[in-house]
Design a binder for this molecule. Structure first.
Ligand code: B3K
Ligand code: ZN
Length: 880
């Protein structure tokens, strides 16, 4: 057991800092084995502080203090106290300069927080609380200071030395080292500090801002990756332009740098002027990266860039406010992708992510509000709730206000709070002040956890030509929140007439009808009734159009209604959703009864869709994709792991057999033509083609196998190569082995491509997968110290392979717990993410429940597990 139980931190305990820091001058003598960090801090008592006892207490972890001076005088040991996580200086004046020097060890920093080594370079990751592993500091986001950083390092090993802001001086020292000084004119919280040292090359470009300023753009990579930066650079320039046009936000420094790093705990980091990225979100060439990778790069580059205003210039008062910057910035990057690619497809993929990650989190022991009210380790709260649900909450406000008023509200937010550290409440207040609306009830979205369930009953009365909707909302209890109050939410609806067109909607009592189309109802009560009048016939309702609120919707409708919506709904999202609901029904029937038939009408609809020349290929591919096994599991009272896998495989095969000719035609018509292009059109064609091939391969079609092999051998882009490899591996046999060997020979030198080789094996539903994964752990290219590799093998198996991870004998669970225990001493953040795969144990049958619980308990028994792992594992067993 954890020796001393770690204490939670509560939002209601927030106190303003006792001291502020105006200026920070840092000097680094960089060396992987040991780096000396000298810090000069100008502190002054915070006039807004509510308490103070004449001491100052700074955060610091794993620092070796070499010396310390106050206002130029070295301190005696009696004047200060060093503890495991702090440095307290006694009897300090109201204003003073504190200087410290500490020694740190980047090469031994396996947690990858603070200053660490990745390959031959040194880099930092400070959010959320990594800066305290670099120097003693008030490491909290409401302390904003101006920084300078002087970097000294060996010139041959580290010719490039970067930090935030502008490069103001550089010179060579006599001993083979050189020195570069950086100044950042903008005050920032410590979590945005960054430095990078390495033998790097830059791809350079420039951008002229709306007001005519030139900004130098640089993407730094290791020399062999210089040919994989074009897409990232294009994405950056698009994002910069878009933010000017859509939000009126201009970039503020003369230089913007991105560095691609191989060892990185998450996706990327928005450090001021010096974004540091997991190389997965920078490097792409058509032959090394898939469409999904290209898409990820475009949106992560945009996301981090957008943080310059939403996060950096205006930051969070405390970490409970994390969604202030993350929810808003995700909303911004979603809108960016919707504008530069396809709005319809983007909405579908965002909702897919929300339903599969956030709804499941809301239904788990880790459920928490968008603004959590307590945490043990903040790193555990970079979650789908804070990010994706947070974005939905911003989206609802944008939709309630309408585009013009929302823009006025965000302008007000930027003007009012520039340079400040604020709260989600400050954000909502700007929405209120700009619109004159009262959003007090709406604030519950920030405070209450759990996914609201909407149940809607519709009825039609011929005599009065009235369609009535009774709307009930209910939210299940979540840990610490037994009772929920109703939410204020927008419900977008349409009513379809018998010809499939939208009817004009008129609410009873309203004078004139709305134009045909979507009507937004605002819900506030637990139960509400709406009457639409003057309707000539029973309409088919199209509810929650565009997924207007992050809720679970249930309403009584027949399979025929769903087929009708799938064919006619003017709302693309609801066409997709109707198809998903229908497929889900068919699949769950098949789970219950393996002999259950599939109605002819389903194949007819599928065939019609395949033959529709006019349809958007990307959207069509989404519509024709069966719901994932994990999503189907969510819809069952008890997840039937094997039944779901069987049912989904059966339906896939039936589609492949019954629609063979149409699928082959689609495959042929959407083949590779010309050089790779990352356009919505080309991406859509590849998606549809590979979807068709998947159905055909499940039907064991001989022609499909030949085509799949030819595609694997001959495709010029990684999307098509991977799609073919995936299908060959899932099929097994000699062809699979050969393809994997061939792929390894070709790509073993490209780390990111090799990750794909690992994960395609880890996610195969074949029975031998776990054995294979265990063998791959011993592969010379595998390393627990490399987060991307761990994710590609271990996390891929545990999170993306429901049928094998949840094998009834518990071998998958044992495998996971072993990895958590191995990883925790090295990298708690990655270990803790893995534990999350076990926390939904209540969703499974008693046998699996017992096995999962036993593994969580085994993790908790280990002495000295990290706070990170402790928090997730203990909540998994406590709650509910
Ligand atoms: N703000 C960072 C995430 C930091 C995670 C710290 N454990 C990336 C982002 O959301 O843009
Ligand atoms: Zn972010």
């Amino acid at each position: 057991m954890y020796r001393e139980t770690p204490h939670p931190i509560f939002l209601h305990d927030y106190q303003p800092p006792e001291f502020l820091i105006d200026r920070v001058d840092l000097a680094f003598e960089l060396d992987p084995e040991q780096t000396m960090v000298t810090a000069r801090l100008e502190l002054r008592r915070n006039p807004a502080a509510t308490r103070g006892d004449g001491t100052v207490c700074l955060h610091g972890e794993q620092l070796e203090l070499e010396w310390i001076a106050l206002d130029g005088h070295p301190l005696n040991p009696v004047d200060y106290r060093v503890e495991r996580e702090s440095l307290t200086v006694q009897r300090v004046p109201d204003r003073f300069v504190l200087e410290t020097q500490v020694r740190i060890h980047p090469a031994h920093n396996t947690a990858l927080e603070g200053l660490y080594q990745s390959g031959d370079m040194l880099c930092t990751q400070c959010e959320a609380e990594g800066f305290r592993r670099i120097t003693y500091f008030l490491d909290r986001p409401d302390v904003m200071a101006r920084y300078s950083a002087t970097l000294i390092a060996d010139k041959t090993r580290f010719p490039v030395l970067l930090s935030n802001g502008n490069r103001v001086a550089s010179d060579d020292l006599d001993d083979g080292r050189h020195r570069v000084r950086w100044e950042d004119p903008f005050p920032k919280p410590s979590y945005l500090f960054a430095l990078v040292a390495g033998d790097l090359r830059a791809v350079e470009d420039s951008f002229t801002t709306a007001s005519g300023r030139e900004v130098a753009l640089q993407i730094f990579v290791e020399p062999h990756n210089l040919d994989k930066c074009d897409h990232a650079m294009r994405s950056l320039k698009k994002a910069m332009r878009w933010d000017e046009e859509r939000f009126g936000r201009e970039y503020d420094l003369d230089i913007f740098m991105i560095v691609a790093v191989s060892h990185f705990n998450m996706g990327a980091m928005e450090n001021k002027g010096l974004n540091i990225f997991n190389d997965k979100f920078v490097l792409a060439r058509p032959d090394t990266a898939t469409d999904v990778d290209f898409d990820g790069i475009e949106s992560v580059i945009a996301h981090e860039y957008f943080h310059n205003w939403t996060g950096n210039r205006i930051t969070c008062r405390d970490w409970f406010q994390l969604s202030l910057k993350e929810g808003f910035t995700v909303y911004r990057d979603q809108e960016f992708t919707a504008d530069v690619a396809s709005r319809g497809v983007k909405r579908i993929s965002d909702v897919r992510v929300l339903r599969s990650h956030q709804f499941t989190e809301d239904a788990s022991p880790m459920a928490h509000p968008v603004r959590p009210d307590s945490y043990i380790e903040i790193n555990n709260f970079y979650t789908a709730t804070v990010y994706q649900k947070g974005a939905e909450v911003v989206r609802m406000q944008a939709n309630l206000l309408g585009p013009e008023v929302f823009r006025r509200a965000t302008d007000l937010y930027f003007a009012r709070h520039d340079g400040q550290a604020v709260t989600t409440d400050d954000f909502v207040r700007c929405m209120e002040d700009a619109s004159g609306r009262d959003l007090s009830q709406f604030r519950r979205w920030y405070e209450q956890a759990g996914t609201p369930e909407l149940h809607i009953q519709t009825s039609y009365d011929e005599a009065t030509r009235t369609c009535s909707l009774i709307v009930r909302q209910h939210t299940e209890p979540t840990p610490g929140q037994p009772v929920k109050a109703p939410f204020h939410l927008p419900l977008a609806i349409g009513l379809l007439g018998p010809d499939g067109r939208d009817l004009p909607l008129r609410l009873a009592g309203a004078s004139s009808p709305d134009a045909p189309g979507t009507h937004v109802l605002e819900l506030r009560q637990a139960v509400e009734t709406f009457h639409f009048v003057d309707l000539p016939a029973r309409p088919v309702p199209s509810l929650l159009r565009g997924f207007s609120a992050p809720v679970k919707l249930s309403f009584d409708c027949t399979d025929d209604d769903l087929l009708f919506l799938m064919a006619h709904d003017s709302d693309g999202f609801n066409r997709w959703d109707a198809a998903q609901t229908l497929m889900q029904r068919l699949l769950l029937n098949l789970v219950e009864d393996a002999e259950a038939g599939i109605p002819e009408s389903f194949f007819d609809a599928f065939r019609r869709a395949l033959r529709d020349e006019a349809s958007d290929r990307a959207l069509l591919a989404e519509v024709l994709t069966l719901p994932a096994e994990s999503y189907l599991g969510e819809q069952m009272a008890v997840v039937d792991v094997d039944g779901i896998h069987r049912a989904r495989t059966t339906l896939t095969r039936l589609i492949g057999e019954r629609l063979r000719d149409d699928l082959l035609a689609v495959y042929r018509d959407n083949g590779e033509s010309g050089p790779y292009a990352f356009t919505p059109e080309a991406v859509g064609r590849r998606a549809l083609k590979n979807l068709a091939l998947g159905y055909l391969m499940q039907a064991e079609d001989a022609e499909a196998l030949a085509r799949c092999q030819a595609q694997f051998a001959g495709a010029h882009n990684m999307t098509d190569v991977m799609a073919a490899l995936r299908l060959l591996v899932d099929r097994g046999g000699l062809e699979s082995r050969q393809a994997l060997d061939e792929f390894y020979r070709r790509w073993s030198g490209e780390s990111l491509v090799l990750d794909k080789w690992f994960s395609v094996q880890a996610t195969s539903p074949r029975e031998e997968t776990l054995t294979q994964v265990i063998q791959l752990m011993r592969h010379p290219d595998f390393s627990l110290g490399h987060p991307n590799r761990v994710r590609s093998l271990v996390s891929a198996f545990c999170n993306l392979n429901q049928v094998r991870f949840h094998a009834a004998d518990g071998a998958g669970y044992r495998f996971l717990a072993d990895r958590v225990l191995e990883l925790d001493p090295l990298n708690p953040l990655i270990a803790s993410r893995l534990v999350k795969s076990l926390i939904r144990w209540r969703r499974f049958d008693p046998g699996r429940q017992a096995l999962m619980r036993a593994e969580i308990a085994r993790i908790l028994e280990r002495e000295d597990i990290s706070k990170d792992v402790f928090e997730v594992a203990s909540k998994a067993l406590d709650a509910g």
